[in-house]
Design a protein around this ligand. Structure first.
Ligand SMILES: [Cu+2]
Length: 490
């Protein structure tokens, strides 16, 4: 992987992060649930509904300018004028109602990445008509699983996604383990030109081949790389134990995460808490994926740093790994040693089962002078036609193995909507990549085997999370259970 053309821009931290709404609401009848733990890092959002089990919000997509760099406003597309969009914060079993309004001059839809909700509310451009400029759509669903999720555009995604249409979702467990503090970090990269604006989109070459890689790293909407770039900062008292949630919202860039100055464990993946946390050495994260970490500052540490390890080109054009500090907690003050968090018992669906194996070949090539990416030789055409290809039908709650193989060099972070799966092998060898996932990183010339029970009926998109790949064909549908006749009326 190259992270070339890394012109490093002067950057400063002008976006601040505010505490999320901590959700205490008046109620009558049954005793109100305890307030949600505060999650720091993203803008909050006003809850219009007094019922403590309903989060009802207004979400507006529109053009906005953000002072990413000193003295310059960068033109973006954002949710509620915020980069990232505000944090949607709920408890498992809560209802979320989003009154969405499109104030942009182009169509869009909002996808709730990872949430196993109804396909009609999934923001799939195959099921949902695009929300046209000036129009509204109300998303209404109950959140079935605790975990770290995110929302983003699912239309004209190459541009809309790069321009900033994404935000975070945290769904707390019914009985959430107690931490001294919780934080969410959303990583992104943008390609910025010399005028400090989003650089033009290329329609050929490596931008299509491997997906658009930025020259500027961001965390929670703040530029952290380049001259003047600064990590997200906060203080962390000695003796504390924190929960850090990480979402990777890049278009194509993957990196390894590590945490310095702390005893850190991986406690959750895309689909929520693990049955057994494991020590964090470094962990690779691909576009669309999430991890959660338990973080305890080391007794002698002055700071705790979250770092991305990224392959870049040095001045001799050699690929070298470089650390980028994403977030830095200065160890300040001391509290009584926090007790170990009590994690709920988590049991994952068994992977030791007889399961039929299906194969999905991820490939690409040039057809009629156009680059096309395919699944099993088929390319979906999205654009404005939303014509999708149905590649598989599954019985709900029947385990199936899928071998996802990339026969050519680019890697594909492959996402299945509305379902969880587990990664059980790579190139036929068992792997230790525990936890429920909705996105698997299929590296170039590699086969990853996943196992899913397809527990959520409906018609679901499956696609590479690199927009250049999905929008040029690597996007299809699967049907779980019987089809809904009404669904394809448009
Ligand atoms: Cu891809």
């Amino acid at each position: 992987m190259r992270w070339s053309s890394c012109v490093l821009f002067c950057a400063a931290a002008l976006l601040s992060c505010s505490d999320a709404d901590n959700g205490t609401k008046p109620t009558s009848g049954p005793p109100p649930p305890p307030p949600l733990p505060t999650v720091e890092g993203l803008a909050g959002i006003e809850d219009l509904n007094p019922d403590p089990t309903i989060l009802e919000v207004n979400l507006v997509a529109r053009a906005n300018t953000v002072p990413l760099f000193p003295g310059d406003e960068t033109r973006l597309l954002n949710y509620n004028d915020s980069l990232p969009g505000p944090l949607l914060h709920a408890r498992v079993g809560d209802r979320i109602i989003v009154h969405f309004r499109n104030e942009m001059n182009e169509s869009t839809v909002v996808h709730w990445h990872g949430l196993r909700i109804s396909d009609k509310m999934d923001g799939s451009p195959m099921i949902q008509n695009p929300v046209l400029p000036g129009e509204t759509f109300t998303y209404d669903f109950v959140v079935p699983d605790a975990g770290t999720y995110w929302y983003h555009t699912h239309l004209h995604q190459i541009q809309q996604f790069e321009y900033g249409l994404y935000g975070g979702i945290v769904v707390h467990e019914k009985e959430a383990p107690a931490f001294t503090a919780e934080r969410i970090f959303v990583g992104d990269d943008m390609r910025i030109n010399s005028a400090n604006q989003i650089a033009p989109f290329l329609t050929s070459g490596p931008d299509i081949g491997r997906g658009r890689i930025g020259n500027t790293l961001l965390v929670n909407g703040k530029v952290i790389s380049g001259e003047g770039g600064e990590p997200v900062t906060f203080t962390i008292p000695r003796g504390s134990v924190e929960r850090w949630r990480f979402v990777l919202a890049t278009n194509a860039l993957s990196y390894d995460l590590q945490i310095r100055g702390a005893e850190a464990r991986v406690i959750a993946t895309d689909g929520g808490l693990l049955p057994q946390p494991f020590p964090l050495d470094r962990v690779e994260i691909a576009p669309g994926q999430r991890f959660e970490f338990e973080v305890r500052p080391l007794p002698d540490a002055d700071e705790v740093a979250l770092e991305a390890l990224i392959l870049v080109l040095d001045e001799n054009d050699n690929v070298v790994e470089m650390p980028f500090e994403l977030a830095r907690g200065t160890v300040e003050g001391e509290i009584e040693e926090a007790p170990a968090p009590e994690y709920p018992v988590v049991e994952l669906p068994s992977t030791k089962v007889d399961a039929v194996t299906h194969s999905w070949a991820l490939s690409g090539g040039v057809v009629d002078n156009e680059v096309q990416f395919t699944i099993n030789g088929k390319a979906a055409f999205v654009g404005d036609t939303h014509e999708h290809v149905l590649i598989e039908t599954f019985e709900p709650n029947v385990p199936v193995k899928i071998r996802l193989s990339s026969n050519v060099s680019p890697a594909h972070p492959f996402h299945i909507h509305g379902q969880f799966f587990q990664i059980i092998a790579r190139n036929g060898q068992p792997v230790f990549e525990p936890g429920l996932r909705d996105t698997v990183y299929v590296r170039g010339a590699e086969t990853a085997t996943i196992l899913s029970y397809f527990e959520n009926p409906g018609r679901w998109m499956v696609h590479c999370h690199i927009s250049e790949h999905s929008e040029k064909g690597m996007m299809a549908d699967i049907q779980v259970g019987p089809p809904d006749e009404e669904e394809h009326a448009h």
